[in-house]
Write a protein that binds this ligand. Structure first.
Ligand code: ATP
Ligand code: MG
Length: 723
């Protein structure tokens, strides 16, 4: 009886698998089928954008599940949580009724989330409760980094020393980022000096020395018996440690390693070109004897080398670990029109990627509109043009969801947000706060506000916001004016029927508070007296200490298109088109009201190119396509002093970014750039010249230089700056 039941179940499973089989293999080409049907042994799928890498990876997992491989034996690493969620929902849909239950048990997520899960399980088993740890999140890291670098006297009061109080002025975020970069490349603190020398050649000895000391102190701080914030004994692990400690565990503990090797029948990695050395090693150690590892990627889309990924070693790592492993190419692009594929091929061909690892993409779609490249007076004109294009798109009955706006840096979002609001086009900025909602913009807007008026409720909020931003004039803050202090001032204001600001200036406070208020008042006064333009006032606030404060308190790292200083510069320059400080303040307040509201219905997505990885839309606008923006001017800064030339990797990464941007589009790509930005004259991106098949390119000097002679893609209204 038992046997019959089992046989029945097997029949049922087989029937289900074959049913799914037809759906899952639908429309796959022979190369994709090969990947889809791959069973045992290592496989690296190397293929261009939109060739179906993520599709075959996902469908193959669905197949394995349908064929009865237990979900908990399958490990999938995606680059982001968003990608994991997307894959999970696709799998659920593919697997029918039993989908949700199966997918629930899959190991699917980022390397970080997997490592957290492994460490939680294993450390508790190994050390009991005491082995438990807490995450050193960004907030904790910044506080600790500030205490380490800071002056022991006032930053590390009451804290053990060392590791705190190096008494050195160094940007905490840069220090943390330098440490993270070497940790991801597999260096440990014992080899700190060699790590920084290898990773940042050309850095002066003093700089290396500072970083070495910082790193040692930082590691110590994570291990200190009494946690800096909670004052309770705890072991802290930062995000890099999650990976590093997992790796150490797998390297040193045979039974743990064996457990995962036996547990995972199959490991998969999407976007493998951006896998760091440490992540790769973790995956390798958890891979079964049979080498069941299935990874997909595109060397042409490696854009995270600042996080420790090295596109040059993607293939080498694989072949070194699995000399018998297969490498499979998927030659056909299914995403984009033949026209876009041709243009993208032209661009990436120049990247000098070894032919063995990258093929020209073959198109599968029809020819469509030739991508255009248009020049605009500045970002505001560019944004205005774009918003009008989107309005036209909508008026043709099409969805904004089909479109995306991609830029290199988030600071560039300002003009586009403003223009979309102006034209009533709903948008959503992915992965960043809206421009006028960003901390540093709100801070400077608060200075501007108090320079214009000080007695309204809004001015009270502005005052509270920047009360503790110390000025250069009086140096370090003598006392922190916290929430309790503000509440006291507020009460006083109500009692006397005066404004918060007046209560602040006229109240009786203890000396330390009094000095801090004096400092604050002087700074506001100096900002207000510098002139009537917003720009003069904003720059004065920055000069009087805001930039220093920001660097000291928040730090500054420019990875992935985020730069606080760029945001500040963007604010200052864009204020130029307003006659008075008051006009600009009113504009900012209005923007803050409208921006940041979640769009209810259809909307257009806006994000950095980094964020757009793996995604696709019908219509893609790549804006700010100018020299200095794409490629970003900071990528040109990495200069090899010995060879007297640019280090090719940095600009190559920018080219790969441009390639990622172009290949997000299914039907149409619009490239555009401003002739000037942040008071600098710009020329178009040199990458534009590398794509002969691009359509109409407006020349910086004299109209079009390719395409149809005598015609222009520019409308007269693009030439004028509007507000
Ligand atoms: P990227 O490099 O950008 O991550 P990718 O190689 O992972 O791209 P996918 O996102 O899997 O590519 O696929 C790109 C698009 O092509 C998707 O819309 C997918 O549904 C479609 N696609 C993939 N394979 C086929 C096929 N054989 N027939 C039709 N469409 C396909
Ligand atoms: Mg993909």
């Amino acid at each position: 009886m038992q046997a019959t039941l089992e046989a029945l179940t097997q029949d049922h499973d087989a029937a289900r698998a074959s049913l799914l089989g037809t759906k899952l293999t639908d429309s796959l080409n022979s190369y994709q089928l090969q990947a889809y049907n791959h069973n045992e042994g290592p496989l690296l799928v190397l293929a261009g954008a939109g060739s179906g890498k993520t599709t075959v990876l996902t469908r193959r997992i669905a197949r394995l599940l349908a064929e009865g491989i237990p979900a908990e034996k399958i490990f999938v690493a995606t680059f982001t949580k968003k990608a994991a969620d997307e894959m999970t929902s696709r799998l659920t849909a593919m697997l029918g009724e039993s989908g949700p239950a199966m997918v629930e048990k899959l190991w699917i997520g980022t390397f970080h989330s997997h490592c957290l899960r492994i460490l939680k399980t294993e450390w508790t088993l190994l050390h009991g409760k005491a082995g438990y740890f807490q995450i050193a999140d960004e907030h904790w890291q910044m506080r600790v980094a500030r205490a380490i670098l800071g002056d022991r006297e006032w930053l590390a009061k009451g804290l053990p020393a060392p590791p705190f109080g190096m008494n050195i002025s160094y940007d905490p975020k840069s220090a943390l980022s330098a440490v993270s970069a070497v940790k991801n490349r597999g260096y440990s603190v014992e080899n700190a000096e060699a790590a920084f020398r290898d990773h940042s050649p050309g850095t002066a000895d003093a700089g290396i020395n500072t970083l070495v000391r910082f790193w040692r102190n930082y590691e110590m701080a994570k291990d200190v018996k009494f946690d800096l914030l909670t004052k309770k004994p705890s072991r802290r692990l930062d995000f890099d440690d999650l990976l590093i400690e997992t790796l150490k565990l797998l390297q040193t503990n045979d039974s743990v390693r064996r457990k995962y090797r036996e547990m995972f029948t199959m490991l998969s990695i999407d976007e493998t070109q951006d896998t760091s050395a440490v992540q790769w090693e973790i995956a390798r150690l958890m891979t079964s004897e049979a080498g069941n590892i299935f990874i997909v990627g595109d060397i042409g889309q490696a854009i995270y080398s600042f996080r420790g990924a090295d596109p040059n070693s993607t293939v080498a790592q694989f072949t070194a670990a699995y000399p018998q492993g297969d490498i499979l190419r998927l030659p056909t692009n299914y995403r984009s029109s033949a026209t876009i594929v041709r243009v993208a091929n032209e661009l990436i061909e120049r990247a000098g990627i070894d032919e063995r690892y990258r093929l020209q993409m073959l198109p599968s779609q029809e020819e469509a509109e030739i991508p255009t490249a248009t020049m605009h007076v500045d970002a505001d004109a560019e944004a205005d043009w774009l918003a009008q294009e989107l309005v036209k798109h909508q008026s043709r009955g099409k969805d904004l969801h089909d479109c995306a706006i991609l830029f290199r840096t988030n600071a560039y979002s300002r003009a586009f947000e403003e223009s979309l609001i102006k034209h009533g086009v709903p948008y959503r900025l992915e992965g960043a706060m809206g421009f006028y909602g960003r901390k540093e913009i709100r801070d400077l807007a608060a200075f501007l506000h108090l320079s214009v008026e000080r007695d309204s409720p809004a001015a009270a909020e502005a005052a509270k916001r920047i009360l503790n931003v110390p000025s250069k004039k009086f140096g370090k803050p003598t006392h922190y004016l916290g929430g309790a202090f503000c509440a006291q001032v507020e009460l006083e204001a109500q009692r006397k029927g005066i404004s918060f600001y007046k209560a602040l200036l006229t109240g009786q406070f203890k000396t330390a508070h009094g000095l801090a208020i004096l400092d604050f008042r002087e700074m506001i006064k100096a900002v207000a007296e510098v002139g009537d333009t917003a720009e003069a006032r904003l720059r004065k606030a920055r000069e009087l200490g805001y930039d220093d404060y920001l660097l000291r308190e928040e730090g500054h790292v420019e990875e992935e298109g985020n730069s606080r200083l760029d945001n500040l510069e963007e604010l200052c320059v864009s204020s130029q088109s307003f006659p008075t400080a008051k006009d600009y303040l009113n504009f900012i307040l209005a923007q803050q009201q409208t921006a940041g509201q979640e769009p209810a219905g259809d909307y257009v997505e806006m994000m950095t190119i980094h964020r757009a990885k793996g995604l696709e839309w019908d219509v893609v606008f790549v804006v700010g396509f100018a020299q200095g923006m794409i490629p970003h001017h900071r990528s040109l800064r990495f200069f090899d002093e010995d060879k007297k030339q640019l280090i090719p990797d940095s600009i190559e990464e920018e080219r790969r970014l441009a390639y990622v941007a172009l290949t997000r589009a299914k039907k149409v790509v619009y490239l555009s750039w401003p002739q000037q930005h942040l008071a600098r004259a710009l020329t178009r991106s040199p990458f534009l010249r590398e794509m002969p098949s691009l359509g109409l390119i407006e020349d910086d000097a004299d109209g079009l230089d390719t395409g149809i002679e005598g015609s222009s893609t520019e409308r007269p209204d693009q030439k004028s700056k509007k507000r």
